[in-house]
Design a protein around this ligand. Structure first.
Ligand code: AN7
Length: 356
């Protein structure tokens, strides 16, 4: 008989404890987030050629189906350790979903402020199901963020937006996983940019692995905003940001300066992609078997845009972070696809429709 080979993943705090702020073991709130697959793109040759090695860090496979779980396990564990009974955030949806789930898990109350009518259905359903107090603001994310910052200053509730430093500490573990998977750092790392926390966190993670001698080189960091919500690219805050990629519909990012630093220190780029380019990449990924939400596809849209500019060399390894799962936003998926055909329950009718 073959022996069982244990393969247990303990969540990012326990797996990467030597790289993270200490947390008392009985305060750790985890859903065993992290350890997401790095999947090579195989059906994109027609668009990008076959000379590049494109790897997709599929963060949609975290417990609440986005990368936010990595930072939320840290922020909520620390809040619990510090004796806090409640957390609050503003969110375009995924932070709210993660906050709600981790608060539920840790026995804390969660308050989430979201822009009314502007968050994807899956995310709203998560926040509601996990029992968060959901407040829909008749305004945008940026306005909601100003309010939660004030509330957390005046009342006994911990802010878990990425201004909370523990969030980015947790999120940097994705960069560690990429290096551990490849055994080296990629030449390029592409990701969507909204509030700019994730690009900041990845860059921190890569630099820490280099300082410890675990990797020898650093990637160039390439961040992509949506054209209608591109404050960093344009150089000024956007009052009324608009994009189909509701997760990154953000006009005044908290980590603006750190994103610019990540870009400049790495020799990278922060650029923008249109909604059409985002949807094109979103469908291309789906045709490679990988379903991400629209904002996530901004990373691949960025690769396509840069490929057209001819910046890559043959054999370059490129990692794209796919930040959230496609099921988060079923409305956009259905709108982007051909309608199903309706048929009577009769063999001949179905065969006719199948076109055999
Ligand atoms: C799928 O949930 O800001 O640049 O409030 O959900 O680190 O902000 C979400 C952001 C990319 C941008 N992709 O990351 C929120 C929120 C997805 C996201 C981003 C978000 P940051």
């Amino acid at each position: 008989m073959q022996a069982i080979k244990p393969n247990i993943w303990n969540g990012v705090i326990r797996e990467f404890q030597e790289f993270l702020p200490k947390v008392k073991d009985d305060s750790i709130v985890t859903l065993r987030e992290g350890n997401t697959p790095l999947i090579e793109a195989v059906n994109m040759g027609e668009v990008i050629g076959n000379e590049l090695k494109i790897f997709l860090k599929y963060e949609g496979l975290n417990p609440t189906c986005s990368f936010k779980d990595r930072g939320m396990t840290m922020a909520v564990s620390k809040a619990k350790e510090e004796g806090s009974h409640a957390i609050i955030c503003a969110s375009t949806g995924n932070t709210a979903a993660a906050a709600a789930a981790y608060a539920a898990r840790g026995g804390l109350r969660a308050y989430v402020l979201i822009p009314e009518g502007k968050i994807a259905l899956g995310k709203l359903s998560q926040a509601m199901m996990h029992g968060a107090a959901v407040i829909q603001i008749q305004g945008n994310f940026d306005e909601a963020l100003i309010i939660v910052k004030e509330v957390s200053k005046a009342y006994p509730v911990t802010l878990v937006n990425s201004i909370n430093p523990y969030r980015l500490e947790g999120q940097k573990t994705a960069a560690f996983e990429v290096c551990n998977h490849l055994s080296f750092a990629p030449a390029y790392h592409f990701l969507p940019v909204g509030n700019a926390g994730n690009i900041t966190a990845y860059w921190k993670g890569y630099k820490e692995f280099k300082e410890k001698g675990i990797i020898n080189t650093l990637p160039k960091m390439f961040g992509f905003e949506a054209e209608g919500a591109a404050p960093i690219v344009r150089g000024y805050a956007i009052k009324n940001p608009e994009t189909i990629a509701s997760a990154i519909r953000i006009g005044n990012p908290s980590s603006w300066e750190n994103a610019v630093k990540a870009r400049d220190e790495s020799g990278g780029v922060i650029d923008m992609v249109s909604d059409d380019e985002i949807i094109y990449a979103y469908k291309l990924l789906a045709r490679d078997g990988i379903f991400c939400e629209p904002a996530s596809a901004a990373s691949l849209a960025g690769v396509i845009k840069m490929h057209k500019k001819g910046i890559f060399k043959n054999g370059d390894t490129i990692v794209c972070t796919l930040t959230g799962h496609g099921l988060k936003d079923p409305d956009t998926a259905i709108k982007s696809s051909d309608k199903p055909i309706t048929a009577e329950p009769e063999l001949s009718k179905v065969v006719e429709l199948l076109g055999f």
